[in-house]
Design a protein around this ligand. Structure first.
Ligand code: ZN
Length: 183
């Protein structure tokens, strides 16, 4: 967390998260991962909590840098998933997995686990054996259950509200969308 503060990646305000929930805090992983030496260190630290695997997979775009660094540290290859025109998460660009390959899914921040769950499903549909999932930050307080072992460098219990129950919305404070997706 100190690294996030030092790099300006820990934001405070009124944010609409990718999950649709509102929060007064946001961790902008891109700002911490703009420093390759930090990305490499986080990748090594996550890899040290994981077993060897054949392939690391991440959802684009957020998971790309950290997933690549975890794969480097594990000596595995790195692939990523993207959404097709219908919004379905899938392996594109000729990426594939062989039947029974050991896979790990890596994200930058996990809030609801939705993206990771979709990557796990895409890998399993392609025949991979998904061993574990990891993220730099787990914002769920450790509650997300993906049915596989899960690791994180920091587990936070960040308060997030449905928009209709958001105290900052009730005060009329403008909401920001700090991520990368169009609002
Ligand atoms: Zn709000």
């Amino acid at each position: 967390m100190q690294t996030f503060r030092d790099t300006g990646a820990y934001l405070q305000g009124h944010f609409r998260l990718t999950s649709g929930l509102h929060s007064s805090e946001y961790l902008q992983c891109a700002l911490v991962l703009q420093h390759p030496e930090i990305a490499e260190r986080f990748g090594r630290e996550l890899a040290s909590q994981l077993d060897a695997c054949d392939v690391v997979a991440s959802p684009a775009i957020g998971g790309l840098i950290i997933g690549h660094e975890v794969a480097r540290a594990l000596g595995a290859r790195f692939i990523f998933t993207e959404r097709d025109a219908s919004g379905k998460m899938m392996l594109r660009r000729g990426f594939s997995v062989r039947s029974g390959e050991a896979a790990v899914v890596i994200e930058d921040v996990m809030t609801t686990g939705g993206s990771t769950r979709e990557v796990i499903e895409a890998l399993r549909a392609a025949g991979a054996n998904v061993l574990a999932a990891g993220s730099i930050i787990d914002r769920s307080g450790g509650r997300v259950d993906l049915g596989v072992r899960r690791v994180a460098l920091a587990t936070l219990d960040v308060v997030a509200y449905p928009p209709e129950d958001c105290p900052m919305c009730k005060k009329g404070i403008a909401v920001e969308k700090p991520g990368s997706r169009p609002t």
